[in-house]
Design a protein around this ligand. Structure first.
Ligand code: 15L
Length: 271
């Protein structure tokens, strides 16, 4: 990999991953719609709107691999999700293929499978169960990744990212927490592993209390350096109350599954 493109570089994860990627690849091209400041050593900065074809063609030009963090990262109206996460991601992949990009790391989310009950162990081979429109767009992105691997020969890693903030605050996020260092390691695995087709892994650190078996990530060489275990006692004794309604508290997606839920909450545990 000579030139790597980081989309969403001005977002919550992007801002922290940008310095973590500094100096790893000869050129890091960072892009977002918001001001990203001056380029650092070995960096190129591009302002771009991922829903504009001309911007897409410009940012993928000369790129070997993409870490695609850009887009909407929470639940939103269908029109916005459709334009940015679904249509925008498809068009980015299409532009990437045309430009000869070989690798993509797709920032999927645990909300692609957020309607699985808490306690059920997932390993990435299960059927999707999105918990909201945002989660549905991540299911689309995983399917898109499979299609571009199968049909166009790109190597793609979909990472179902958990809770990538400084530290976990609830029982749910103790299970899903990932440090920026570990998430960056996973992205590098996606860019650098030889002969990658398409794999789905969980973006989590080495957490003991989790509902995810990250065996595919381990097979690809992932050795997380951080763990939410160091905050377990703090969360047990003084963590914030678990947010969400009855449905959210029953399923892995938590409050994302609560938003706009129209069904019968008593059925969730049974499914
Ligand atoms: C996500 O996908 C979101 O982008 C992030 O903001 C968190 O809320 C996280 O999931 C979560 O599962 O809580």
């Amino acid at each position: 990999m000579r030139r790597v493109l980081l989309t969403g570089a001005g977002g919550g994860i992007g801002k922290r991953m940008r310095p973590a990627l500094a100096g790893i690849y000869p050129i890091l091209r960072v892009t977002d719609m918001v001001d990203l400041g001056a380029p650092g050593l070995g960096e190129e900065v591009e302002l771009a709107d991922l829903t504009r074809a001309e911007d897409l063609a410009r940012i993928v030009d000369g790129v070997d691999g993409i870490i695609h963090l850009g887009g909407i990262s929470v639940e939103q109206d269908w029109e916005d999700i459709l334009r940015t996460n679904i249509d925008g991601t498809y068009r980015l992949y299409e532009a990437a293929y045309k430009a000869g990009v070989k690798r993509i790391v797709f920032a999927s989310s645990n909300h692609a499978v957020g309607f699985y009950p808490r306690g059920q162990i997932l390993d990435g081979s299960e059927r999707p169960r999105p918990d909201c429109r945002y989660g549905l767009s991540k299911v689309f992105g995983e399917a898109l990744s499979q299609y571009f691997a199968d049909n166009y020969g790109l190597g793609i890693l979909s990472i179902r990212i958990g809770w990538c903030f400084e530290k976990p605050e609830t029982q749910r996020t103790l299970g899903s927490w990932v440090s920026i260092r570990d998430l960056t390691q996973l992205c590098r695995i996606g860019l650098d592993t030889p002969d990658l087709h398409h794999e789905i892994v969980f973006g989590m650190s080495d957490n003991s209390r989790t509902w995810w078996d990250n065996k595919t990530a381990r097979r690809l060489g992932y050795t997380p350096e951080d763990s939410s275990d160091v905050w377990a006692t703090e969360v047990d004794t003084s963590g914030v109350p678990e947010p969400g309604d009855k449905v959210g508290l029953a399923v892995q997606g938590g409050p994302f599954a609560s938003n706009g839920y129209k069904g019968d909450p008593s059925r969730v545990g049974a499914r």
